[in-house]
Unconditional design. Sequence first.
Length: 153
Amino acid sequence: MDRKLTKLLLALTMVGAFAIASFAGQTAAKPKSLYDRLGGKQAITAVVDEFVGRVAADKRINSFFMATASDPKRLAKFKSNLVDQICEASGGPCKYTGKDMKSAHAGMGVGDADFGALVEDLTAALDKFKVGAAEKSDLLGALGPMKKDIVTK
């Protein structure tokens, strides 16, 4: 081959390789948000329904929720707030508009064991829906920092 043709082919090959590399970088899949990995709002709502049922049946902590559980309107609002809270904490489009955790739990006297029981109930609800270990860990990690505002004794 003559020298000009060789240089032209080499230049075209390099341009093509650069274009392919650039295109591949632009189309690399973005990691899914925790919200998406959990299955979105419908899946979060199912987990919250299961979780609230478990808490209501849990003799270790259900006394904290008696008034809420006995009032259908209040219970619906509580569940809606929980869904929005988990949705927002997991990177979803929802906006939690309920009370901050410190205000919501003021005067309740929640202890470490109570908080632990609540986490166990949430974990069991997640397990029922076969939520993966990574998603479970990520969600508990996102919600865990609230403990300091909930546990007061």
